[in-house]
Design a protein around this ligand. Structure first.
Ligand SMILES: Cc1cc2nc3c(=O)[nH]c(=O)nc-3n(C[C@H](O)[C@H](O)[C@H](O)COP(=O)(O)OP(=O)(O)OC[C@H]3O[C@@H](n4cnc5c(N)ncnc54)[C@H](O)[C@@H]3O)c2cc1C
Length: 433
């Protein structure tokens, strides 16, 4: 009898698992279940779909032929309950799907703030393609929109709405944008560009209520007593793992489904991967959530191999996030937050002077209105980096940071005042390749 693999979720974690299973087990029956009628598509791509930079078709990396070629069965439906003892999954339509190995790759969902008016139809979050289409439809008719949230998704919505809607208000709780990742200067660059584009940024402002008129959003009231008229409200204040199935089936769940370094949950033959999984990290000795596309893909690949009989230990890769902030391509590598480690030295160069040391620097300056590099330097290695604008150092830095290359030979030079960071790093990276 072929092994029956059931994967709940057709996101990147589920697909990566299916690929890994098929590579290891040519005969297994693989079924992917999804409650999203659109199946597998790029969630990060939704930001570019909102701004109109890519078409809907570009969101879909696989065609039907790819699924057929890999012999992956697809079922559209919503899982309602998991019965680990009987090895079966119950769907809301009454069907029961039996399995030998199950993967829960159900992702995460945007948290909705608890506020008066939050259930009005013009209040939106951005999790999936249906949300993006709803936002687009509403934005085309809206005169004024309010967006709240301090991270990437909030900014993506701001930029998307700005393309379609006359006035966009962006509400920030404090005075910094994404303060747990970006430093003050990086955050300021982003906000200044938004303001220059005509987005109205409101600092130290939170929502108190959403006002309604004839069943529609009419405006918002802020905690500072201000009233902003608007016909659309978007919230991106964080995500929560979709762990309800696991919780109801008494699997061990903290914020996400707790899994060991082999992606195994507390129930036999049940694995979890992606945004929903809280994976045990042997290096730090605790289970961590990691809601990034790259991590979801790596989780899925490891889980798939293990479901097919392998024994692959998931080792958290160096964090990497390539994104665009207010039109500036930004790569964030490793640890860059406001860690208070006395051994760490942070240096930053915002001056485009820096880039003149590279060949074709003039081209780089033309292409990128903003170039900025921040390095987090440990006692003998690079710990993290943020690159805004010119991305030519991105790959060398990814390698130096992930391989923990000993930078002792250039550490003092890097730290010297006005050091030509780009030239030093390029030369050093070439020499250590
Ligand atoms: C707008 C947006 C922009 C983003 N930008 C970036 C970025 O720039 N960089 C980055 O690293 N990450 C980004 N992310 C995060 C990244 O997309 C996620 O980390 C990644 O998609 C998680 O993959 P996943 O497979 O775990 O879950 P998902 O891709 O969320 O897939 C979950 C799947 O589970 C299904 N499902 C859930 N519950 C059930 C159920 N009960 N029954 C049946 N099916 C169910 C869903 O239909 C879906 O198919 C972004 C996310 C969004 C929404």
């Amino acid at each position: 009898m072929p092994t029956r693999y059931l994967i709940v979720g057709q996101g990147v974690a589920g697909i990566a698992a299916a690929e890994a299973i098929r590579a290891a087990d040519a005969a297994g029956e693989i079924t992917l279940l999804s409650d999203d009628p659109h199946g597998y598509y790029s969630r990060p791509g939704l930001a570019y779909y909102l701004t109109g930079e890519i078409s809907r078709a570009h969101l879909f990396p696989w065609r039907d032929e790819e699924f057929a070629h890999m012999r992956l069965g697809r079922v559209q439906g919503q899982a309602r309950a998991l019965d680990p003892a009987e090895h079966r999954l119950l769907l809301t339509n009454g069907a029961a799907l039996p399995y030998d190995r199950l993967l829960l790759a159900t992702g995460s969902a945007a948290v909705r703030p608890n506020l008066p008016g939050i259930d009005l139809p013009q209040v939106v979050t951005l999790d999936n393609l249906a949300d993006a289409e709803r936002i687009l439809a509403l934005a085309r008719k809206a005169h004024s929109a309010v967006v709240l949230g301090g991270g990437i998704t909030a900014l993506e919505i701001v930029e998307g709405l700005h393309e379609h809607c006359r006035r966009v208000h962006y509400l920030l709780r404090g005075e910094r944008y994404w303060g747990n990742v970006l430093d003050e200067a990086e955050g300021r660059i982003v906000l200044e560009r938004l303001a220059a584009d005509g987005v109205q940024v409101h600092f130290h402002t939170e929502l108190a209520a959403i006002e309604e008129k004839r069943g529609r959003v009419a405006g918002v009231l802020t905690t500072t007593g201000k009233r902003i008229p608007c016909d659309l409200v978007a919230a991106a204040i964080g995500v929560a793992p979709r762990a309800e199935l696991a919780r109801a089936a008494s699997l061990q769940v903290d914020r996400g489904i707790l899994v060991d370094e082999f992606l195994r949950s507390s129930a036999p033959d049940v694995y979890a991967a992606g945004d929903v999984a809280q994976v045990y990290d042997t290096l730090v000795g605790k289970a961590l959530l990691d809601t990034l596309w790259n991590s979801a893909r790596s989780h899925g690949a490891a889980a798939g191999q293990n479901m097919a009989g392998g024994s692959v230990r998931y080792v958290k890769p160096t964090p990497l996030n390539v994104t665009r902030l207010a039109g500036i391509t930004t790569t964030i590598i490793g640890s860059v937050g406001s860690g208070r480690d006395a051994d760490l030295v942070g240096i930053a160069r915002g001056d485009s002077e820096l880039w003149r040391h590279l060949g074709q620097a003039l081209v780089a300056e033309d292409e990128h209105a903003v170039n900025r590099l921040r390095l987090l330097i440990g006692p003998s290695t690079l710990i993290g980096a943020v690159l805004m604008g010119d991305q030519r150092l991105s790959l060398p830095l990814q390698r130096l940071i992930s391989e923990q290359t000993d930078i002792t030979p250039i550490r003092a030079q890097l730290l010297a005042p006005h050091a030509p960071l780009a030239a030093l790093l390029t030369h050093f990276a070439e020499g250590t390749r």
